[in-house]
Ligand binder design. Structure first.
Ligand SMILES: Nc1ncnc2c1ncn2[C@@H]1O[C@H](COP(=O)(O)OP(=O)(O)OP(=O)(O)O)[C@@H](O)[C@H]1O
Length: 234
């Protein structure tokens, strides 16, 4: 495996048990993403996009096959090692923001901070990030006091504040109107623009996908065709 590869997948299979039946969701013979690539993955609902991100982040384990991040074999790691890898290498923008409702904007970002910093250093770091996304006057607001687009900005800051080499985003524009969706797409690409940062986004939003240098249909990497038929019948 070359030193330029960030993600490498080999003979990956994932299935779920539903009503006593085994349903294959993903079968990816071979797929890799180079360091610094910005990739959008599109595909219909139910085609396995979120499952793929969960496997890449180690939240889910494959049934068979291999996943490497920066040459580290995820499929061989113990839970504690996976937690460590996630904290140091991966920023995850989850579907529907997942902000903690009782915490302020600043506190929501702070709980993700892995660096040991003084209170002042934390405040300055988070303040700088909130300014980058235009939320400098919102640090003490609760998520419920923000618009959906603003909440997504906080979720993006939370994912990026540790400067991870790999950023994953699951439908980051899914619940936003088209204008806000466009702003969020631009923001995510701008904030991940560094040549060393790899960005993988799964999305239904073709406007967003078109902005990416690399845009893949999930079925270009996933050999499970049954799920395509299932999804298109849904
Ligand atoms: N824990 C689970 N148990 C059983 N089936 C599951 C589980 N998680 C996902 N699935 C099934 O796996 C398939 C893929 O789900 P996934 O969430 O990855 O799709 P998706 O492409 O991200 O869809 P969407 O765009 O609607 O979020 C779906 O048919 C879903 O019902």
């Amino acid at each position: 495996m070359g030193g330029n590869v960030l993600l490498q997948i080999r003979s990956l299979e994932k299935e779920f048990r539903v009503d006593g039946r085994t349903v294959p969701i993903l079968n990816i013979p071979e797929w890799s993403i180079a360091k610094g690539e910005k990739v959008a993955i599109t595909g219909p609902s139910g085609s396995g996009k979120s499952t793929l991100l969960h496997l890449i982040s180690g939240i889910l384990r494959p049934d068979r096959g291999e996943i490497y991040i920066n040459e580290t074999p995820l499929h061989k790691l113990k839970e504690a090692e996976l937690d460590k890898l996630r904290a140091s290498q991966i920023g995850y923008v989850l579907q529907d923001f997942h902000l903690i409702p009782s915490l302020t904007v600043e506190e929501n970002v702070e709980i993700a901070l892995k660096w040991r910093l003084s209170a002042k250093q934390k405040k300055d770091l988070i303040g700088g990030w909130l300014e980058k996304v235009g939320l400098q006057n919102r640090s003490t607001h609760l998520p419920s006091q923000l618009s959906r687009g603003q909440q997504q900005r906080v979720a993006i800051v939370r994912a990026l504040v540790n400067d991870p080499p790999l950023v994953l985003a699951d439908e980051p524009t899914g619940s936003l109107d088209w204008e806000t969706a466009d702003e969020i797409s631009e923001l995510l690409l701008n904030l991940s623009a560094a040549e060393t940062k790899t960005l993988i986004v799964v999305t239904h939003d073709l406007n967003m996908a078109r902005r990416f240098p690399v845009c893949l249909d999930i079925y270009d990497v996933n050999r499970i065709r049954g799920s395509k038929q299932e999804a298109s019948m849904a």
